[in-house]
Design a protein around this ligand. Structure first.
Ligand code: FMN
Length: 190
């Protein structure tokens, strides 16, 4: 099953290969070296004033931490994400006054984006999840009050769509769609 997009000009292979599966091989173990490569990709992401406002909680399948993270996912995500080799909770620094910091979310998204590409280079697939219980995760991971949970993403080996229950199976085999460039490039499209 190919999920490679049709593009008007070639993208680099890793970007063309990336997509977000839900069927993961639940026997696959990620190595510490692979995990470190992915974390280094996040560590070396650019950020505003080099503020590095991201923090990661790394929960390998089978650990106590993993169970806590799974309990912090909403129902649909709980149906597929636990099979991934690892779940990574991304937290971001709040503003001094305790409010959410837009720029820090931007920086953290950029870090996760690079981590996804690093994972792809190891033939590991990532899937980000906003369907999470933010406050519950903050509590169970005993995160400090200057942090807020942004997203959880899974990393692992892709498996067959047949392993999934509906509606995830149908989504797994659906073709990928995007808005046309003519809609998203407001000015200066070649
Ligand atoms: C911030 C963010 C939150 C997301 N939340 C979820 C989620 O809770 N559950 C889920 O199954 N997919 C989630 N996704 C995956 C998107 O649905 C997916 O990236 C999008 O449909 C594009 O598909 P592709 O990544 O395969 O290109 C999320 C993606 C992002 C970037």
């Amino acid at each position: 099953m190919s999920k490679t997009p049709d593009t008007s000009a070639p993208m680099t292979d890793l970007l063309a290969a990336r997509w977000s599966p839900r069927s993961y091989d639940q026997t696959h173990e990620i190595s510490d070296q692979e995990l470190l490569s992915i974390l280094e990709a996040g560590r070396w992401a650019p950020s505003s004033n080099n503020g590095q406002p991201w923090r990661f909680s790394v929960a390998k399948r089978g650990t106590e931490l993993h169970q806590k993270v799974v309990e912090g996912l909403t129902g649909f995500n709980q149906s597929w994400a636990p099979a991934a080799s690892v779940l990574i909770v991304v937290s971001v620094k709040k503003s001094e006054d305790g409010s959410s910091h837009k720029g820090n979310f931007y920086d953290a998204g950029l870090a996760v984006s690079l981590m996804s590409i690093q994972a792809q280079s190891l033939d590991l697939y990532t899937h980000q999840m906003g369907g999470i219980l933010h406050d519950e995760l903050h509590k169970t991971l005993t995160l400090s009050s200057d942090l807020e949970v942004a997203v959880v993403f899974s990393v692992g080996k892709k498996d067959s769509p047949e392993k999934l229950a509906e509606p995830a199976r149908e989504r797994e085999i659906a073709s990928r769609t995007r808005l046309p460039l003519s809609e998203i490039v407001l000015h200066g499209k070649p």
